[in-house]
Design a protein around this ligand. Structure first.
Ligand SMILES: Cc1ncc(COP(=O)(O)O)c(C=O)c1O
Length: 392
């Protein structure tokens, strides 16, 4: 099939995938792959989950789209459910992670302008990834996503991730800061996990300074780390949390949730989206949340992730080029002491889908519905590849 009519944003594709079921994908030649990527942390319930497929099919025959000029009952129900599982108070729906973060950044600016700040500024982290729109790539901490798109959007200052001590000095030097935007675990940045008390210390700091604490849970949300949102491991409530990827198990949808002083920042006319929260996307997300709850998939994400990590730890013990194996729930990183992008192709050849990020970190984002046997198969394919890997 020719791809010449597509802009070349993704380079060469590794395979043409035409079917998915559970933790498995099939290419056009009928080859089967075990999926340890879930479409980049999207299909936590696996592919073609019957409850989600049924909900989408049913809604498609009732009403797909009508715009936000009208009330949408299942959008209201989804917002209520999201508030219940998160402890947050109100929700704005968009279509992607970057859009959810755009809403958060706009809310920070509204908050700062209300406070009378001249140049409302958001504190963001080194190595962060928040998306590819102009504001979110400017907030990201990677030159790779920014290069060529200058001038960047202003109104961001940067701090080292997982470092509380630097914050007072940064705050003293910039009186325009009104919010912190941070990922609880840096996913694209290499599965970098903050220390246990990082978020609670950020919460305390933001309260002292009257800043908004805004968490980007686009990747960590929707059960991936074993709680519905990752901040629930630390027992805090942020002012703003954004999510997307796993929310609709493959149906495009994003959400920006607010609580406390952020709850009513957005008012009529401030923000909008033609598709955001349309009936079809909301039907998929409602079915996804229900399945996570009914099938106990938060606990399952923890069990699957721990099984994979402990399997890899025992198989790779003493392997010199393996620097670290870390993760939380079904968000796992295996850091090597050298670039390892070519492992992706090697794994594909063996029928396994993985990802390599931050040059030298193998990222695994398996679906939570993986069976114990599938988790063991993953380890049995991947560990020998890593062991034998000595060049890129
Ligand atoms: C933490 C985080 N924020 C934002 C995004 C952007 O999401 P999207 O690609 O849906 O715009 C991503 C995507 O990888 C992400 O991991």
């Amino acid at each position: 099939m020719t791809r010449h009519a597509l802009m070349n944003t993704y380079g060469d594709r590794a395979a043409t995938l035409i079917k998915g079921e559970g933790a498995w994908l099939w290419d056009e030649k009928g080859k089967r792959y075990l999926d340890a990527l879930s479409g980049i942390a999207v299909c936590g319930l696996g592919h073609s989950h019957p409850s989600v497929a049924k909900a989408i099919a049913k809604q498609a025959t009732i009403l797909t789209h009508c715009s936000n000029f009208f009330a949408i009952p299942n959008q209201e129900e989804l917002a209520k459910n999201l508030c219940q599982v998160s402890g947050m108070s109100k929700v704005f729906f968009g279509n992607s992670g970057a859009e959810a973060n755009e809403a958060a950044i706009k809310m920070a600016r509204l908050f700062g302008n209300k406070k009378g700040l001249k140049l409302p500024t958001v504190l963001v982290m080194d190595n962060a990834f928040h998306g590819r729109t102009l504001a979110t790539l400017s907030a990201s901490g990677s030159r790779r996503v920014q290069a060529g798109f200058e001038p960047l959007v202003s109104g961001f200052v940067r701090a080292p991730f997982n470092n509380i001590d630097c914050l007072s000095k940064i705050a003293d030097n910039n009186h325009n800061i009104c919010a912190i935007l941070v990922e609880p675990i840096q996913g694209e940045g290499g599965i970098r996990i903050a220390s246990d008390d990082y978020l609670s210390k950020l919460r305390q700091f933001c309260d002292e300074k009257d800043w908004l604490l805004m968490l980007d849970e686009v990747q960590t949300g929707n059960g991936r780390t074993g709680k519905y949102f990752c901040y629930q491991h630390g027992g805090i409530i942020p002012d703003v949390v954004t999510t997307s990827k796993g929310l609709g198990n493959g149906m495009p949808i994003g959400a920006c949730l607010a609580s406390g002083k952020a709850t009513d920042l957005l008012q009529p006319g401030n923000h909008g989206s033609t598709f955001g929260g349309n009936p079809l996307a909301c039907a998929a997300a409602l079915a996804t949340i229900k399945t996570i709850q009914v099938d106990g998939l938060l606990d399952r994400a923890t069990v699957v992730g721990e099984r994979i990590m402990s399997g890899l730890r025992s198989e790779l013990a003493g392997v010199e080029h393996v620097k670290d194996i870390r993760g939380l729930g079904c968000m796992i990183g295996i850091e090597l002491n050298k670039p390892c992008k070519s492992l992706f192709g090697m794994a594909m050849a063996k029928g396994l889908v993985i990802n390599v990020t931050a040059e030298s970190v193998i990222r695994l984002l398996p679906p939570f519905i993986m069976t114990d046997d599938e988790a063991d198969q993953l380890v049995a394919i991947l560990a020998p590849l890593i062991k034998a890997f000595n060049k890129d």
